[in-house]
Design a protein around this ligand. Structure first.
Ligand SMILES: [Zn+2]
Length: 115
């Protein structure tokens, strides 16, 4: 996984965890009352530290996709996007340069990483 995509995947992980903690019906909260306040602050702290390492244009792309889907970053296996289960054209590759476009599924628009 490229560093750029990896950081977005990490951001997604943290945001999904934060949402789990904030959800009053979540298992995590039920299991650990008292965890929630301190744990939530730590997750938010990790998130804001990560945000500083992500290029602005990557963050904008990620946030746009997150408005549509819970998971903006999804794996690819055998050239199939595991977000929408469509085959990817050969033009989509795992090679991401520092400044180039992120690998995106043409069908669903999610950001891709290769398993
Ligand atoms: Zn897709």
């Amino acid at each position: 996984m490229s560093d750029r995509v990896q950081r977005l995947a990490q951001l997604q992980d943290l945001e999904l965890m934060i949402r789990e903690v904030e959800d009053p019906a979540s298992k995590m909260k039920e299991e650990a009352l008292g965890f929630s306040v301190e744990g939530l602050a730590q997750l938010q702290n990790a998130r804001s530290r990560l945000l500083k390492q992500i290029p602005k244009q990557d963050l904008r792309a990620y946030q746009r996709i997150r408005r549509k889907y819970d998971r903006a970053v999804v794996p690819v296996m055998n050239r199939i996007c595991l977000g929408c289960f469509q085959a990817l054209p050969t033009s989509v590759t795992r090679n991401v340069s520092e400044a180039g476009p992120l690998p995106i599924c043409e069908n669903c628009g999610r950001i891709l990483y290769w398993l």
